[in-house]
Design a protein around this ligand. Structure first.
Ligand code: HEC
Ligand SMILES: [Cu+2]
Length: 357
């Protein structure tokens, strides 16, 4: 069995096989034509032509791909020199247009009754009880997107901490939840913060979302954005106060809130309801201090009485307070004459005070 006796079986090498003669086998051979490699001129021409076609195909394919890449590059990033807008900017400005147009409708439906159709609040032709929003000094920094989002989520008390504020919670994320979802809040902010010179934004029919036409001119109606991006505050101005009502507590001019101390003088009465002074003709003594007992009957709406002279200079401005509440103002002596008075917050509320006479 083995030629290596003595070694353990696992170290033994296999026994060599006796050599054998190769087995005769018939070989397949290709026909002689296959082995002929001399080229006829036609065949050489065909090969050259065919390989030229293949090169063309390759060249065209590479060119198409290269052009596509270049075209895509400029489509995506915009043509140099601002010839076209980058695709994403274009898409986002389309979204911006949609947001402003929707926000406008939401504003008109929910906010205009208090803040006015143009956002001018008490200065509207039909004044609203809410403060003006469409003012560059407010829009510059005070009414930023975060502030707007917060006040729409928390409600009017976010502005000045007034728990009886009549401005409700608008966001459905507030407590109690309001009627508007986060998208609608975004739309409102987009409308309030839309800048002049952008757009055009169309006035869409709230139901059909179709553009509306001016009944007189027949032209498509467009939205006038509020924010003027070129506006900057005067160099000596102070920032707009965090609480909008603080703006009125220190009116300009030489107004002083009147001498402190014991109230003295005749007491006359005034009341405000529905954004109107109920008594628009007040009689006061001349040349003697007097008091005005002011009954603000508008719930959650701030009013005061500010007395001016004929030239419009403020002579006295009473403290602004929310109704319903009564406060008594101490008014300094006035020379005989007639004086217009207004509510500082709602300059449309007017009356006339006659001293003496
Ligand atoms: C029922 C009337 C009313 C409605 C409706 C209303 N508001 Fe107001 N809003 C007010 C009043 C009042 C204030 C003042 C809050 C306070 O200090 O009590 C106010 C304050 C604000 C302020 C803060 C203004 C400032 O100068 O700080 C913003 C912003 C505002 N409202 C936006 C809106 C928006 C947007 C809507 C529509 C979704 C809306 N309001 C609907 C009454 C209203
Ligand atoms: Cu008022």
């Amino acid at each position: 069995m083995t030629d290596q006796p003595g070694t353990p079986p696992e170290e033994r090498l296999p026994a060599p096989r006796p050599s054998s003669a190769p087995v005769p086998a018939e070989r397949f051979t290709a026909p002689p034509s296959v082995h002929r490699n001399d080229l006829t001129p036609e065949r050489a021409g065909r090969i050259v032509r065919q390989s030229a076609n293949a090169r063309w195909v390759g060249f065209i394919a590479v060119t198409v791909v290269a052009l596509f890449v270049i075209g895509y590059y400029f489509w995506e990033l915009g043509l140099p020199g601002g010839l076209s807008e980058p695709r994403l900017d274009q898409a986002s400005s389309e979204l911006q247009v949609v947001a402003v147009e929707r926000g406008y409708n939401l504003y008109q439906a929910n906010c205009a009754q208090c803040h006015g159709v143009n956002g001018l609040g008490p200065l509207e032709p039909s004044p609203g009880v809410g403060p003006a929003l469409n003012r560059q000094d407010k829009l510059f920094a005070h009414l930023n997107a975060d502030y707007l989002r917060n006040i729409l989520t928390v409600g009017g008390r976010y502005a000045c901490g007034n728990p009886t504020s009549i401005m409700p919670v608008w966001s459905n994320e507030g407590s109690p939840p309001g009627p508007l979802n986060y998208k609608q809040i975004d739309y409102l902010i987009a409308y309030i913060r839309a800048e002049k010179g952008t757009g055009p934004y169309r006035v869409l029919d709230p139901e059909l979302l179709e553009p509306t036409e001016d009944p007189v001119t027949g032209e498509e109606q467009t939205i006038e954005p509020w924010v003027d991006p070129a506006w900057t505050p005067a160099p000596d101005s102070t920032p707009y106060p965090d609480c909008w009502a603080d703006e009125f507590t220190n009116p300009g001019g030489s107004a002083s809130p009147g001498p402190s101390g014991e109230p003295t003088g005749e007491v006359i009465e005034e009341a405000a309801l529905g954004l109107k002074f109920l008594n628009q003709d007040l009689q006061a003594p001349a040349d003697a201090p007097f008091q005005i007992e002011f009954d603000n009957q508008d719930p959650g709406t701030p009013h005061n009485i500010e007395i001016k002279d004929a030239g419009g200079t403020s002579l006295f401005a009473g403290a602004i307070f929310n109704g319903p509440a009564v406060q008594t103002y101490q008014v300094p002596a006035l020379p005989a004459g007639t004086y217009p008075f207004i509510c500082t917050v709602h300059p449309n509320m007017t009356g006339t005070l006659t001293a003496g006479g």
